[in-house]
Design a protein around this ligand. Sequence first.
Ligand SMILES: *Cc1c(COP(=O)(O)O)cnc(C)c1O
Length: 351
Amino acid sequence: MLTFSAGPSKVYDSMPQYLQDAYEAGILSANHRSAAFMNLYREVHQLFCEKLHMPEEYSLLFTSSATENWEIITQSIVESASYHIYSGSFGKKWINFAQHINPETEGLKIEADQAIDVANLNIAEKFDLIAITQNETSNATQVPMEVLEEIQDKYPEKLIAVDTTSSMGGIALNFNLGDIWYASVQKCFGMPAGLGVLILSPRAVEQTERKGEKGRYNSLNFMLENARSFQTHYTPNVLGIYLLKRVLQDIPEIQHISSRLNDRMHQLEQCIIQTSSLRLLVSNSETRSKTVLGVTGTESLISEVKKAAEEAGMQLGSGYGPLKPTSFRIANFPAITDEEMDKLMSFLKNY
Ligand SMILES: *Cc1c(COP(=O)(O)O)cnc(C)c1O
């Protein structure tokens, strides 16, 4: 079954080969204090710079998931409180985790079709970090890089944390526009779940050190201390890190992936617009995601399309939360080939 689910999503077709190679190379039993592991970590850092254009001076850390990063950010980086701007379920979960740790956390909920009105934002002095879900997988929306730039220009003294769980590895991110970037590998990296990445600017590292939070298993200072020598503070998902290296080695530079996904998203949108009964979930093209397309229709139609797709060997992603009965989602992730997307479009165009 070919899956178009937005996570866990289709893995790269080369995954079985990488797994076999990992076994043969002894990666499955590699010690995380060994030179082999330290080299692996260093190579992945280098590949993030080469392929995804992460600035050299940014730190790359391995965590277990995006969800863990929500806690780490409030626990170890936020000094006074964070301010969250969000429209969907993942952004809401993030603010809820943050509020649980720090009741001073506040936020602004916007609609899926609503662009962030930066000129009229009014974020109080006491908030030292702005939290943005760049690609909101649940309602298939995005915050474009230009909007992040406006936010940074308006609030240069605040840190900006960006959830790119379902866009990193798929679209070109300008890491200079934020201080904290994170993702999980089971989305645009086309890998099995079980590994998160957390990327920090020097300014975010400085603030973490100043805060000096310590003592928990995922206290960021503890993680950073180990990362300085390309080690981790506990036995990490070495296989996941190895697979990430192989994926990064084999993909083209991000601007090429990004333009391929943009073209493909455009075709997919046109396909839905031309159907007689399906509609785009997000009508504002500015806030519509480039990596996840939401499609809406009547409840009976949506269940009919999903069922017929399965019979044709394709699994569509369900709508998320309240949108479940009246929508489905299509992952436009890089591991899905153009032929596979063509097959889906020829199926969908009949509705
Ligand atoms: C999937 C997702 C998460 C959660 O990722 P986990 O790996 O399950 O922790 C968080 N934010 C966004 C935007 C996501 O798409």
